[in-house]
Design a protein around this ligand. Sequence first.
Ligand SMILES: [Zn+2]
Length: 293
Amino acid sequence: MRYRHRILRRTRIFGNVPYGVDISHCSVKGKVALTFDDGPYLYTTELLDLLKSNNVRATFFVVGNNGGKGHINDPSSGYGPIIRRMIADGHQVASHTWSHQDLNAATAEQRRAQIINNEIALNSILGVIPTYFRPPNTRCGPDCYNDLKSFGYHVVNYDIDTRDWQDSGVNAKSIYQTILSQHSPASSQWISLAHDVQPYTVHQFAKFMIDTARGLGYDLVTVGDCLGDPPVNWYRDPVTGQARDARGASVHLIQPELESANNNNTRDERGETERCCNVDASGGRELWARAHE
Ligand SMILES: [Zn+2]
């Protein structure tokens, strides 16, 4: 038994931010976009509390299943409510693959499964699919960029690598502060990389990043905001492919549907051919069953 992920008109694009090309820099001066990769994890709720108490909006590049944390859309994992809180608190949720596989080392089928499995998981939690994506370790060759373009993704890199994961973040503060202080908010803007799976980042570095940026006169915003892209463009409806504001979306808008193993293409109620994706890599086959036990 397998299931299909109903994806219609995935080539539908909207907004002014390019799709399927490297985006390493913000376009709005005076902005710093704090990004947190690889979560949610044990410390993410604490980070959300910190961001809220400091009135900061950030961007989370979410991984569906890595580091032994369990599937984000398995109700027993507890991660679904954390991801929904990200939306409720005004943060941006983006995809960072299903299980953090190197997309350059992956086969084409594995790469697409990494994209689609996380869409299934995030859609079952939020009722929408993100339009922003960061490849693990930002490794993405021409085939990978082509895939991400065809799936309708903005591919976000960064221009401040804080290296918060290295040696317990010993150099992170100095890397971040040096870059910001050597430039002016009147003439620069930044996308900063950190990780909410790192306790140092949540317990020490995040507050430092907030205070340092603000002390130098920068505004802290999401990646979408720093690219001048309105929130409605940060997500798409999984059925129509159109822009859809996550804050108004219904959870469990659409479920993966079980189908016979030899029926790969079906027609929807409008008689249009769907792209159906058989997802069976990286544990995807058990995803539905686990999420809907
Ligand atoms: Zn990562």
